[in-house]
Design a protein around this ligand. Sequence first.
Ligand code: FES
Ligand SMILES: [Fe+2]
Length: 400
Amino acid sequence: MSGFAPIADLLARDRKGHTLPRELYVSDEAFEFDTQVMLKSVWLYACTVAHVKNPGDFFVFELAHNSIIIVRGRDMQVRAFWNSCRHRGAKICLEQRGRAPRLMCPYHQWTYGLDGQLLAARSMADDFDKADHGLSPVALENVGGLIFLCLSDNPPPIDRVKADISAQIAVYDLENLKVVFQDNYIEDANWKLVMENNRECYHCDVGHPELISVLGTTGFGKDAPDDAAKHEQWKAIGIDHDLIEFPDGWWHRIARLALANGAVTQSIDGKLACQKLIGPFTAPETSSLSVWTQPNSWHHFCCDHVVTFSLTPISADKTLLRTSWLVHEDAIEGVDFDPDHLAALWRKTNQQDGYFSMINHRGISNDGYIQGRYAVEEKLVEDFKNFYVSHAKAALETIS
Ligand code: FES
Ligand SMILES: [Fe+2]
């Protein structure tokens, strides 16, 4: 583990029920370890199939110095490749998203098919075989329309996550939604603090008045009263499932949550954000389905739209939070939905969370910081921390 020995010492100082040692949150060494080792050993959420809806649509996912092209082929398969030309290595896709009939390297115009095969390379020697110079693949899994990547040659299992999440989100039919827009919001905090903040609603009563007026605070570590009548309705349309909460060391949580105050979607006023409903819904529904995965995503599925969130660290104290809003592919802007209304609730909530994560990071930067004790209702924060620590230790083992 040359170079990362101090990380092992820091991980050894993890305490049950407590936050991590300071340097794991704020140091450049921990950022390098996280992006070069830990986060490469796990599956990361990147985007949905709707982000690459048509053949030739590409989406570039970046993690520190690594860049990966996710692209839809003519056969409608979604594949991932390292964003590095097989000639002399230049970056091929320079835009974050786009559409191209083929992937052409801007340097000397080597040209690849959407399936990664090298199609054209000028003036190469006779013994050069194009078949040996296709783009290098990256492990990709389509989880009910959510695209996950693993940057390791040895990806860990994903089968149970795939089965559980697909079973519940298939009805939302992500292939037939469209991305209205995505916000790329840079938070001034370490990625682990942004994740910790996402995993509790201890701060919601004071911190998110708009969010809790439609979402309530149940299901985020606080107990929800069970409503038998609702379950009967959900059964009738095939959306009644038990809570799944990071089972057997797996890394997913899925919960259908009743909305509050008569809200029928996660919008700023609780009113429909898109008139064209999605999934099995023929009438507004007073619940939404939420999916959380370790270590970098969460998603909300409403009767009229879907909103997905992915996190990627940019530096020790900067994190990209990418939020995407999806509606029915036939929905018409200005007729069925108003983009500002659609996005208002989570834009506001993201800003509030960005503030909390920022003051958390700044406070932890103090010499006087002491590992703090989690509240009872911060159990899911500790689940995230435990995932981080156990996978960090396991990843260290593989390089020692
Ligand atoms: S580096 Fe891509 S064509 Fe030369
Ligand atoms: Fe929050």
